[in-house]
Design a protein around this ligand. Structure first.
Ligand code: FES
Length: 357
């Protein structure tokens, strides 16, 4: 996800989607469970049990089932979609312990210049508030390895924290590089202090000046066989790491974007109109040049959940059963592209694309 997106999607095993990627939560005998491999995931109505400050501008929200049931399981790297009631759907990584089924914990940085989700959460959500939450999805799963290098920038630490716990639990060797603006803006610093003392973590403050950032070229200069790299953070950091790791084997490099990756300017001069066919109803809709499938469907009263509408969050992932998509996302790996398409950005190479919606 090099310049950031194109080089990386070519050279990096971007996200490992497994068969659990799309799930719908259902309450069965009082417990939330998930139905696997179903598009159009539903949501659970969870309650905010606790809000704590992780660092300046960063809150942790603990979400629980109001009747106390266990929540669907998740693995390190997973995220949930929060449906914020004002039409916003936003993804937040689960930073709690995957073994703890009674709650989900998310860390949210209040970004005044963001897309609105974090400000809404900080300003409107309080203890006792109800929030619609999707089942966990995992685009950033930790693969077994003997050694890991983790790099996080700012709030990008949230998916990495459970990975550290998992790596420790499996006795794997690892090193964390965590870049923040200042100590005050460093989340999880007490938890990470032990790792720093053990020499397994470095917390670096750049005072908001990229020229004071870590030298990723040096950190990633050598790839030791068996080492996997995981990284998450703001755009500048993502681009720098992508370039610095370009010589690593693609399957050993994993990243997750939480904002649109930098992409080269692409020419779409050769785009042509195509039709989407909805398998259930047989209805067909023309997607003109310059329009997205999502917009065409919406205009025809077919609602589709979206969030980034830029091909990097996975919310709009849809199964296709006919035709050949022209994939333009930075999420799906080659295997997932055999069955799924992100309809906020992708088009079709064939005159008709058949979708299961
Ligand atoms: S809405 Fe984010 S990938 Fe389509």
């Amino acid at each position: 996800m090099p310049n950031a997106a194109s080089q990386q999607s070519a050279s990096v095993f971007v996200m490992s989607l497994d068969k659990n990627f799309v799930v719908a939560p259902k309450r069965v005998r009082g417990e939330w469970s998930v139905t696997r491999d179903v598009t159009g995931a539903g949501t659970m109505l969870l309650q905010v049990k606790k809000i704590t400050s992780l660092a300046e501008g960063i809150n942790a929200y603990e979400l629980v089932d109001p009747i106390g049931g266990p929540l669907p399981e998740f693995a390190a790297g997973a995220h949930v979609d929060l449906h914020l009631g004002n039409g916003l759907i936003r993804q937040y990584s689960l930073c709690g312990d995957p073994a703890e089924r009674s709650s989900y914990i998310i860390g949210v940085l209040k970004e005044q210049a963001g897309r609105g989700g974090s400000v809404y959460l900080h300003d409107n959500v309080e203890v006792g508030s109800s929030i619609e939450v999707s089942a966990p999805r995992n685009n950033f799963r930790l693969v077994p390895a003997n050694r890991y290098v983790f790099i996080a920038g700012g709030i990008g630490i949230t998916p990495i924290v459970p990975m550290l716990r998992e790596a420790q639990a499996h006795g794997a060797d690892f090193k964390l590089y965590y870049c923040t603006r200042s100590l005050d803006r460093t989340a999880f610093r007490n938890e990470l202090r032990v790792l720093c003392d053990e020499g397994r973590a470095v917390i670096h403050h750049d005072n908001g000046d990229p020229s004071q950032g870590l030298d990723f070229g040096k950190i990633l200069a050598e790839h030791e066989p068996g080492t996997h790299l995981y990284y998450c953070g703001p755009g500048g950091l993502m681009g720098a790491i992508s370039q610095a790791s370009a010589h690593w084997p693609a399957e050993t490099v994993h990243c997750e974007h939480f904002s649109a990756p930098t992409r080269p300017v692409e020419s779409h001069d050769t785009d042509v109109p195509f039709r989407v066919r909805i398998v259930d109803t047989g209805a067909e809709y023309e997607v003109p040049v310059g329009e997205t499938i999502v917009n065409v469907l919406r205009r025809n009263s077919i609602s589709v959940d979206t969030s980034c509408e830029d091909g990097y969050c996975g919310t709009c992932m849809t199964r296709y059963v006919g035709g050949e998509p022209d994939h333009r996302d930075t999420v799906l790996d080659p295997e997932s592209r055999q069955n799924y398409v992100l309809i906020c950005c992708s088009r079709s190479k064939t005159p008709v694309l058949e979708l299961e919606i």
